[in-house]
Design a protein around this ligand. Structure first.
Ligand SMILES: [Zn+2]
Length: 259
């Protein structure tokens, strides 16, 4: 359970962290100056860097608009502290079947490993730039939107025992660059492998080779799903809810280099 400090300054830090998901290095050091954390204070820089390495914290990316070079920053995202849910209209207005494609990472059993979604969101923040929409940063509990480039946005959101990945194009889903969709998918798979390996290696001495999830591709309405194995075995599939015939060739957008 979280330790809630009495001091006003600490309350301010925690409120800012749960509202915006952002903390600066000095605020974190201030938290550790309380007597409960004194033991780690001599190693504060080392521990702070470990938290970044473990994807608990993620650097806020800032760029020089003139040169495009990355600026050094003092603010860090803490996705696991964010409690606010997404109430923006981004999914309804932008992430539409006309402009987006979707796949699901479906976890075996009933639950996603604890802390995996937040660490995946941290990893996204360390790779891509957080999207602003209608004046708000799109980082919420179990939900994030980042910009890949001027035409492509990436949405990662948790729904039950699925982690959904959407690629949203500025104008049309048909214009999504397959190299980008494939690259983003592979990148998230690698990240989740890394995170899952870490969890397993802390519990068991040997890591099991099996991933804790499989991939399913959505129908063109973004609602029905077909497993990767089925998609590879058939040329066409008809989704249950919409009765639309899909060429499984469409899923090559997610598997560019395997064609
Ligand atoms: Zn469907």
């Amino acid at each position: 359970k979280l330790f809630w400090p009495k001091k006003r300054r600490m309350q301010d830090i925690f409120r800012r962290m749960s509202d915006s998901g952002i903390i600066c290095r000095d605020d974190m050091y201030n938290i550790w100056e309380q007597k409960e954390f004194r033991a780690i204070l001599p190693y504060k820089e080392f521990i702070f860097n470990i938290l970044i390495h473990l994807d608990i914290l993620a650097e806020q990316r800032r760029y020089d608009t003139a040169t495009g070079s990355r600026l050094s920053v003092d603010n860090f995202f803490v996705p696991c502290m964010v409690t606010e849910r997404n109430t923006t209209s981004f999914m309804d207005k932008e992430c539409t079947p006309e402009r987006a494609i979707c796949l699901a990472f479906v976890f075996k059993g009933t639950v996603i490993p604890p802390a995996l979604p937040n660490r995946l969101i941290s990893a996204c923040l360390s790779m891509w730039t957080l999207k602003q929409y209608e004046g708000r940063k799109l980082l919420f509990s179990g939900f994030i939107v980042v910009s890949f480039d001027k035409a492509h946005d990436i949405v990662v959101c948790v729904e039950g025992n699925n982690i959904l990945l959407y690629i949203v194009h500025k104008t049309s889903a048909g214009l999504i660059v397959p190299d980008i969709a494939t690259g983003v998918k592979e990148c998230l798979v690698t990240t989740m492998e890394r995170i899952s390996d870490f969890y397993q290696s802390t519990i068991h001495e040997e890591c099991s080779q099996q991933l804790p999830f499989h991939i399913e591709y959505s129908c063109s309405k973004l609602k029905c799903f077909i497993s990767e194995e089925e998609a590879l075995q058939t040329n066409q599939w008809v989704c249950d809810e919409h009765n639309i015939t899909h060429n499984t060739g469409n899923s090559t957008v997610w598997n560019q280099d395997k064609v």
